[in-house]
Design a protein around this ligand. Structure first.
Ligand code: ATP
Length: 504
């Protein structure tokens, strides 16, 4: 029997070499992790879970949680990780939508989750180590020699719900083939080998921490320091023993705040990768100045895994997300007519390749609407490809501001505001406006002690931006709302300021 993704993981695994490294020097070797994944797969099978059944998982990050993912791949079950921050009501939505056969949660919420899951026919298990009949206890009683389910490239491996930054979360269906081809491509592009040691401080419920960080490590037979969360001091302390960090831009902003960050601190590191949200050019430049290393920025999404990456050897250009990955086609089209646009022109980014998902779970119409007739996924991101072939993300189509009939890309306006002395960061949104349709509105976070007011910012922008792009109002805030992946939640800002220009 053959299991498309897991066979490749097993082939790359290097026996008694460390796979997961924990604080205090404890490790899980590849042999330990694979044997335990066999036991969990057997326990899942004993519970009556069959290939194609969904297994929803909402647990804290741990080696066992990661090994449960491997067990699902082996058993042919569809792995469905959920954000640990979701409330019971949110969990109930996902359970109703995905109809998992098994739901795995922390012991403290088992009883309340049972009430919402059992009416949907789901079994609820915990991943506790409290000896009270959790999935781990069941697994320990099973033999490790599980016979892997046969899984073809086109079979579903996972359903990953999108973050919901632009609306209700949708379940993206990812196949064994999607995950394997993308992880192999990234491993080769980033030259990841068994000798690499990754600092893994990302959550396991998002494409970045799971399908990029974890799968790439597995398919290289490399090892990872598994951290429950990002802590700049802990990460800096680990750097002398590590070789790679994969992070969101906020990781880099926070590392830069530490006086410990310098070229000596990163001497054994060979690769810093950033994704999931735009990395400010300022952060890229500052990091390079302090460490001598250029962050490699890449671009991906739940539906397509990774699409582009700055080069390993060539120049990593700040403000770009690099070149399309081998095998992936990226094009830019006119959002109204769908016609392909030439280099340097901004439009809708469309993607085709083995990385692109199978569709949204139980949303055939939504799926059809997001693909072009010739099979490209319409990403919802606006951008351009420059003359050298680097892809630039300009913003998301849902964030585009249309004011007085003009299209305004928030990122351009934010870029100008962020350069002003005393500005820490900004977010530009469109707010309903009686005269202009939408009014360009900037929410600005000032640096401590900065004496900057609205008229100073508006005055400075007058020479930098065409009149229609200039904000109608500047609103000062202490911080910007962000989700767990560090993305600014513009939907929340739009709600918060919806009445700003309402006539009284
Ligand atoms: P939803 O689709 O429900 O709104 P979401 O899009 O936030 O959720 P993700 O799939 O996690 O969920 O995010 C993918 C998006 O993140 C991309 O479409 C893009 O807008 C943004 N993104 C990812 N990497 C980068 C990057 N390097 N630079 C700029 N934007 C990026």
């Amino acid at each position: 029997m053959s299991n498309h993704l897991f066979d490749a993981i097993r082939a790359a695994a290097s026996g008694d070499a460390p796979f997961i490294r924990l604080s205090g020097g404890r490790t899980w070797t590849y042999d330990d992790a694979l044997a335990f994944s066999g036991r969990i797969a057997s326990a899942i099978d004993t519970l009556g879970i069959r290939p194609g059944d969904r297994v929803a998982v909402q647990v804290e990050k741990s080696p066992e949680a990661l090994i449960l993912y491997l067990a699902c791949l082996r058993s042919g079950a569809v792995y469905l990780p959920l954000n640990t921050a979701y409330t019971l009501a949110e969990l109930a939505y996902f359970i109703g939508d995905a109809e998992p056969r098994l739901v795995v949660v922390s012991p403290s919420v088992r009883e309340s989750v049972r009430k919402v899951a059992e009416p949907h026919g789901a079994i609820v298990e915990t991943l506790g180590t409290d000896g009270t009949g959790s999935l781990l206890d069941l697994a320990r009683e099973e033999a490790a020699d599980f016979v892997d389910a046969s899984c073809a490239a086109d079979d579903l491996a996972a359903i990953l719900y999108t973050s919901g930054t632009t609306g209700r979360s949708k379940g993206a269906m990812l196949t064994h083939g999607n995950l394997l081809s993308n992880a192999m491509t990234l491993r080769d592009c980033w030259r990841v080998t068994a000798g690499d040691r990754l600092i893994h401080a990302l959550p396991l419920f998002h494409t970045h921490g799971l399908f990029v960080a974890t799968n790439v490590t597995l398919l290289a037979g490399a090892s990872m320091f598994l951290l429950p969360k990002f802590d700049p001091d802990e990460v800096l302390s680990l750097m002398p023993e590590a070789t790679m960090l994969m992070g969101v831009p906020t990781f880099y902003v926070r590392l830069l705040q530490s006086p410990r960050l310098d070229s000596e601190a990163v001497a054994s590191m060979r690769l810093f990768i950033s994704g999931s949200a735009p990395l400010l050019a300022e952060t890229h430049v500052e990091f390079r100045k302090r460490t001598g290393q250029a962050i490699l920025e890449r671009y991906g999404m739940t539906e397509t895994n990774m699409n582009t990456s700055n080069p390993y050897d060539g120049e990593r250009i700040a403000g770009t997300v690099g070149f399309p990955l081998p095998g992936v086609t990226v094009r830019v089209t006119d959002p109204t007519t769908g016609a392909a646009l030439p280099a340097e022109e901004t439009g809708m980014i469309e993607i085709k390749g083995p990385n692109v998902f199978k569709g949204y779970w139980r949303m055939p119409e939504k799926t059809a609407a997001e693909f072009t007739a010739d099979g490209f996924f319409i990403s919802g991101d606006l951008g351009k490809i420059d003359r050298d072939g680097y892809v630039h993300i300009v913003g998301r189509s849902k964030d585009l501001v249309i004011s007085g009939g003009y299209n305004i890309y928030p990122k351009e306006v934010e870029g100008e505001i962020d350069q002003l002395e005393g500005v820490a960061e900004s977010a530009v949104i469109g707010v309903p406006h009686p005269d202009f349709g939408e009014g360009v509105t900037a929410i600005v976070v000032r640096k401590p002690e900065a004496a900057l007011d609205e008229s100073a910012i508006l005055g400075a922008l007058r020479d930098r931006l065409a009149r229609y792009k200039q904000p109608k109002r500047i609103i000062f805030a202490d911080d910007l709302p962000r989700n767990t992946m560090g993305k600014v939640q513009k939907n929340l800002l739009r709600q918060r300021y919806a009445d700003l220009y309402a006539r009284t």
